[in-house]
Write a protein that binds this ligand. Structure first.
Ligand code: GDP
Length: 298
């Protein structure tokens, strides 16, 4: 991910190397190249515009004109503005004062929700928590089984509907899971919800019903970073239909151009909280804006 963007940006900065004072033309050319590189990496225009404006304001200011090495100063500004567009600081999970903390996952089918549920559960365990996974995706016949496989791998119990009791009713399963967690002293409940291949009203309603029933402490929107320009539209639809507190980017190991990662915060105003980058449960980490910016400018 970001290979083309990184190459384009470093070629742009190379043109500035060795220059003393930068002319207005140098700054204009550099900004035009940065803008193009971002758009070609599928970054949304809504994110590109304020980014370029922020870099321009600083590039035309004294911090560059007075700098001994203006080229280096521009790279520093781009780096800092990348960190800013990626959310600045890492946003940590908020835990409920009275356990269990309820985390609800939402997103399209195939986004990597079930895999992510396992990764998150495993990570929480390593942080000293006692999570359970909840199978509230009752749309796909083997979604429950898939979650059970993931739960086994993570070494985390899975709460699933008993045959004949709440089958087909994901709201009831999610509700019951909270009583179960309380009784068994599990401090985090991760609710996996159903996804569809496309955005649809029924899916949104079901997710909203689960949300209203379990009142999650955190709703995480799981977004496949490979879906490029559609990412923004999908994120906005979920923001509108269900609402969410944070984003998890999946498939960051893919060779997509990276636009989703750079746009989603600017477009939704919600922070990326976790990054998932592979099929193994360990391929998961808290999202660090400065590390991601570093990867882009590497
Ligand atoms: P769900 O439909 O949203 O629950 O998605 P799944 O968890 O079933 O994931 C869909 C597919 O993407 C599966 O084949 C996963 O193995 C794969 N997958 C999930 N996360 C990642 C990731 O971070 N990187 C890669 N390369 N594949 C992933």
């Amino acid at each position: 991910m970001f290979d083309t963007l990184s190459d384009r940006l470093s070629a742009t900065f190379k043109n500035l190397r060795g220059k003393g004072r930068l002319s207005q033309q140098d700054i204009d050319d550099t900004l035009r190249e940065i803008r193009r590189a971002l758009l070609e990496a599928d970054v949304s225009l809504q994110a590109v515009r304020p980014f370029v404006a922020a870099v321009r304001e600083r590039a035309e200011g004294t911090e560059v004109s007075k700098a001994l090495n203006p080229a280096q100063q521009i790279v520093k500004i781009v780096n800092e503005e990348l960190v800013a567009i990626l959310g600045g600081e890492t946003r940590r999970l908020r835990f409920a004062k009275n356990p269990p903390t309820v985390i609800m996952l939402a997103g399209l089918q195939g986004a990597g929700k079930t895999t992510l549920a396992g990764k998150l559960a495993r990570w929480l365990k390593t942080e000293g928590h006692t999570p359970i996974l909840v199978a509230a995706d009752l749309q796909r016949p083997n979604a429950v089984t898939q979650l059970q496989v993931v739960g086994d791998r993570a070494g985390v119990p899975v709460f699933a509907p008993e045959p004949g009791n709440g089958v087909g009713n994901p709201v009831k399963v999610a509700q019951d899971s909270i009583d179960f967690a309380k009784a068994k002293m599990h401090d985090v409940v991760i609710v996996d919800t159903a996804g569809r291949l496309g955005i649809d009203a029924e899916l949104m309603k079901q997710a909203a019903d689960i949300r209203d029933a379990v009142k999650p402490d955190e709703i995480l929107f799981v977004l496949d970073a490979m879906i490029g320009q559609n990412a923004v539209e999908t994120a906005l639809a979920f923001q509108d239909g269900v609402g969410f507190d944070g984003v998890v980017l999946t498939k960051l190991d893919g060779d997509a151009r990276g636009g989703a990662a750079l746009s989603v915060r600017a477009v939704t105003g919600k922070p990326v909280m976790f990054a998932s980058s592979g099929e193994k449960l360990e391929d998961f980490d808290v999202f660090h804006p400065e590390r991601m910016a570093g990867r882009i400018l590497d």
